[in-house]
Design a binder for this molecule. Sequence first.
Ligand SMILES: Cc1ncc(COP(=O)(O)O)c(C=O)c1O
Length: 406
Amino acid sequence: MDDSELRTTEGRPARELWDLDASFHHLNHGSFGAVPRAVLTVQQERRREMESNPVRWFSTLAERLPGVRDELAERLHAPADDTVLVANASAGASVLFRNLAQRRSRVHVAVTDHGYGAVSMGAERLARETGGDYREIALPLEASDEEVLERIADHLATHQTDLLVLDQVTSATARRMPAREATRIAHRHGALVLIDGAHAPGALEDPVIREADVWIGNLHKFWCAPRGTAVLVRNNPDLDLYPLVDSWGGHLPFPDRFDHQGTVDVTAWFAASTAFDHLQRELGWDRIREHAAAMMRLAEREIGQALEAVGVLDPVADTGHAFAPMRLFRLTGDRRWDHDTVDALRVPFMTSTHCIAAFTEFHGVGYLRLSAAPYTTADDIAAMASQGIPTLAAMTGSLPLERTAS
Ligand SMILES: Cc1ncc(COP(=O)(O)O)c(C=O)c1O
């Protein structure tokens, strides 16, 4: 028995709450989350309800969704009247981009070089289509919060900026950004702020940045809701936001118009507060967060040593302000990586080692990114160190690999 395992209030290993394939070591919760069995059961009950009478389900959906939003807003400590549900963080960003593209011209946008690629692409399109400038603020990987703020302030002082897009927790570099303070600085320069908090709900105790004009967060990552569940919180009432899907709520005010999304399966949304309550009851969110942080401290030591043994100097990346449930490790070798080549490691690495990790890239340097969840155990970390790292060292010396996943 593994003493470091997180246990339920009844003493069962936390991993028994999930149906994860036990023949793998799951150390990449950050990419797609993982949904506990009890949460899937609630979603399945809602699906049965929907399928038993689709007309009743869809005809009464808009009446029921405000209650779902209220429950989630309460758990997120967000204002219910400004909280809407969207399919994912990407959709949330697109809601704001579309609004600005339709209502403004020459939108000058600033992102950082740590920004999530897909969202930054949307921001670039917003600037391009409105005739504005798109600029990337360079932030060293190891920059302290103070340095990040200085660089953002310098950029805003020297470049007209209408919209700053900042990740609260970065994906490729697994670090936290000083989102609240950056928002205040951007507001002093007259810029709107979108805070992308995709990883924040569940992982951070108080994830919503109320100061931001728009904050988005995924509930299908650390919060462990079924996929397709994200929240957008609008703090700026001047932004008259519309859902991406035009539907029968088009004439309604914000936020009610977001309760109409055409014929889409939103059963996941009805299970999202169960995810939070279930994990609170069985494990407790404070314990979950402490466990994830402890597992990543263990990973720093064990994976760090394993990487040193295969010749990686300074294997644990200094990310300035670490995000507790994630860690970044330098890959072996001195080749330069790009997003596609590093991402192509994911599936072959999983297949040959039965260890699951994310692989990221920042300015040509490749990283192994691990994330911890309630089900993570010291055995998973030991397996990554003993099986994963030697194989990874061999694989990174024997490229090129085909691109296998996005
Ligand atoms: C910072 C950040 N923004 C946006 C996203 C996109 O999330 P989704 O695919 O759920 O839209 C991710 C996904 O990992 C992310 O890390």
